[in-house]
Design a protein around this ligand. Structure first.
Ligand SMILES: [Fe+2]
Ligand SMILES: [Fe+2]
Length: 217
């Protein structure tokens, strides 16, 4: 409801600022995600543009990428901040964040498309993802794009239980999973963008300063 009112009263520009604040709330709860939403959003926007997506569809992907993990606001802090590998029941709990994010956003009429993209951001091209096991084109394009950007950011970030991958290793891993986890078209777009991304300091968490939503136009 709050999002709907802001969207109506203040237009899309201010709307981005409200989204920043929501993401700040999430990142306060799960400091480890600091910068994640912003990185995933920037990379997803690049991927969408590379594929030729424009206008509202592009903006929806940009916003959905910022909000993709917003459902984690409803997941226990203990599980979110756990420093060791998750137990099976904890994994089940954390996987609920995709649906919980959908529930939060779907309450707003103007966010239905964004809610749907968020709902499916952990589906896999081969149908082995969650929450519904959708496959190939039945997964919204925005979700297929966010999956790739989300994986790249996760792989290239230090976690308490494993070190960040080098970019080269990450590129190989993404390409190894074409047609399994990832849409071949999205990986093709990523392959055109590696050089640009490697040069972006914000994608290196050590240099990360701000979670501010950048302009995507
Ligand atoms: Fe997620
Ligand atoms: Fe994520």
């Amino acid at each position: 409801m709050i999002l709907y009112i802001f969207n109506k009263l203040m237009g899309r520009g201010a709307f981005h600022e409200v989204i920043d604040q929501l993401v700040v709330a999430l990142e306060e709860k799960d400091p480890y995600t600091g910068g994640h939403s912003s990185n995933v959003s920037d990379m997803s926007t690049d991927l969408a543009k590379e594929i030729g997506i424009k206008g509202i569809a592009l903006e929806d992907i940009h916003l959905a990428a910022h909000l993709h993990d917003i459902g984690k606001l409803k997941i226990s802090q203990e599980i979110l901040n756990k420093n060791s590998k998750l137990l099976p029941h904890e994994r089940v709990e954390i996987e609920k964040h995709a649906y919980l994010g959908f529930e939060i956003l779907n309450k707003s009429k103007s966010l239905k498309n964004i809610a749907k993209i968020v709902l499916h951001h952990h589906e896999r091209w081969d149908g082995r993802g969650y929450p519904y096991g959708l496959f190939e084109d039945s997964i919204p394009m925005g979700s297929r794009i966010i999956t790739v950007a989300d994986s790249i950011d996760a792989m290239t970030t230090n976690r308490p239980y494993r070190k960040a991958m080098q970019w080269e290793e990450c590129i190989e891993e993404i390409n190894r999973n074409i047609g399994l986890q990832y849409d071949p078209l999205v990986v093709e777009a990523a392959n055109n963008l590696w050089t640009k991304w490697k040069g972006v300091k914000a994608y290196n968490r050590a240099n990360f300063e701000s979670v501010k939503c950048k302009s995507f136009a």
